[in-house]
Design a protein around this ligand. Structure first.
Ligand SMILES: NC(=O)c1ccc[n+]([C@@H]2O[C@H](COP(=O)([O-])OP(=O)(O)OC[C@H]3O[C@@H](n4cnc5c(N)ncnc54)[C@H](OP(=O)(O)O)[C@@H]3O)[C@@H](O)[C@H]2O)c1
Length: 288
C-alpha cells in the first residue's frame, strides 16, 4: 500500500488525486489528523486512518502495511517541528516501508536565514540515516505564497515589502504531480533530489509587473526597511514572532537562497511547469 500523510492539506490532497490517476484506490492509504475531512477519499476506496506526528503512538496504525510512505512535512513552526517529522519517518520505517519519501525544500540548509529550512535539513539528515531507500523531494517555493501580498497590493496599488530576491516560484499542482509520480513509480527520483522548481526566477518587482498586467492597473513595488515592515505588520495584528519568521523569508530570498532553477521537475512531469503568471491569475479572484 502507498501511504500519503497530510492528505487533507493543500499539497497532500493534490498528491492523492494525482496518485489515484496512477494506482487503484485500494492500494492507496492516507494518514490524516481528522478523518472526517477525508470522507470523500474513503468513499472512493482509499484507506483513511488518523495520526498526528506529535503523538507518535498514533502513527503505527495509520502506516500499517505500507510499502512506501510519503511523509508530508508537517506545518509546525518552532522546536517541535523536527521531532514531529522524525517520528513520522521512524514510523514509516517501522511499518516496513521499502521506500520513504519526504517533502523537503529546494533551500533546505542548517544555516538558512529562513527557519523552516533548518527543519528540512535536519529531517533530510535523519531520512538519509533511516536505513531504507529514500527520496527527499526538494520542492521549490510555493507560488501560492504570493497570495499573501495580493490583497494589499490590489487595494493600495503598492507592493510594499522588505527587500527580496529572485525566487523560482513553483505551483502546488506541479509539485503534487511530481510527488505522486515519485511515490507510484519512482520517476527516477532517489535520494536528495535536484531542486524541483519552475524554470523562471521572479523577484517581487517582476511579480508586481505581472499582477499589474493581469489586473490592468499599476502595482508598484516599494522596498520597505525590515524594521519598518515588521512594525507595520505587528500594528496590523501579526504576532511579533510571526513577523520575525516572515522577515527570515525575505532575508533568505535576498541572499539568493531561492534563486535556483533546475530542469528536473519538468523532466519528471514530461511537460512545462505551470508559470507563476497562471498561479497569480488563479489567486486573483480571491483578492480582487
Ligand atoms: N515549498 C514551500 O514553499 C513551502 C511553503 C510552505 C510550507 N511548506 C511545507 O509544505 C507542507 C505542505 O504544504 P501545504 O501547502 O499543503 O500546507 P497546508 O495546506 O497548510 O497543510 C499543512 C499540512 O501539515 C500537516 N500537519 C500539520 N500538523 C501536523 C501534525 N501535527 N501531524 C501530522 N501532520 C500535520 C497537515 O496534515 P492534515 O492533512 O492531517 O491536516 C497538512 O497536510 C507544509 O506543511 C510545510 O511543511 C512548503
Amino acid at each position: 500500500m502507498l501511504i500519503v500523510t497530510g492528505a487533507t492539506g493543500q499539497l497532500g490532497s493534490r498528491i492523492v488525486e494525482r496518485l489515484l490517476e496512477r494506482v487503484p484506490a485500494d492500494q492507496v492509504g492516507v494518514s490524516v489528523r481528522d478523518p472526517s475531512r477525508a470522507t470523500s477519499l474513503a468513499d472512493r476506496g482509499v484507506r483513511v486512518r488518523a495520526a498526528d506526528f506529535t503523538e507518535p503512538a498514533t502513527l503505527a496504525h495509520a502506516l500499517e502495511g505500507a510499502s512506501r510512505v510519503l511523509v508530508l512535512s508537517a506545518a509546525i513552526r518552532g522546536a517541535g517541528a523536527v521531532a514531529a517529522n522524525l517520528a513520522a519517518l521512524d514510523a514509516a520505517r517501522d511499518a516496513g516501508a521499502e521506500r520513504v519519501l519526504y517533502t523537503s525544500h529546494q533551500a533546505a540548509s542548517p544555516v538558512s536565514a529562513f527557519l523552516p529550512q533548518h527543519t528540512h535539513a535536519a529531517t533530510e539528515e535523519h531520512l538519509a540515516g533511516l536505513g531504507v531507500p529514500f527520496t527527499a523531494l526538494r520542492n521549490g517555493f510555493y507560488a501560492s505564497t504570493l497570495g499573501l501580498h495580493l490583497d494589499e497590493a490590489l487595494r493600495t496599488g503598492r507592493m510594499a515589502l522588505p527587500e527580496d530576491g529572485p525566487v523560482s516560484w513553483t505551483a502546488h499542482a506541479d509539485l503534487a504531480e511530481a510527488a505522486a509520480i515519485a511515490l507510484a513509480s519512482g520517476g527516477g527520483l532517489d535520494g536528495v533530489t535536484a531542486p524541483l522548481t519552475a524554470p523562471h526566477l521572479l523577484d517581487l518587482a517582476d511579480v508586481a509587473a505581472v499582477v499589474a498586467d493581469l489586473v490592468g492597473r499599476p502595482v508598484t513595488r516599494v522596498v520597505v526597511a525590515d524594521e519598518e515592515w515588521a512594525a507595520s505588520a505587528v500594528a496590523r495584528g501579526m504576532p511579533p514572532a510571526a513577523a520575525e519568521f516572515t522577515l527570515g523569508m525575505f532575508r533568505a530570498a535576498r541572499a539568493g537562497e531561492f534563486a535556483v532553477t533546475d530542469p528536473a521537475l519538468e523532466s519528471v512531469l514530461g511537460r512545462p511547469a505551470v508559470p507563476v503568471r497562471e498561479v497569480l491569475q488563479g489567486l486573483l479572484p480571491q483578492h480582487a
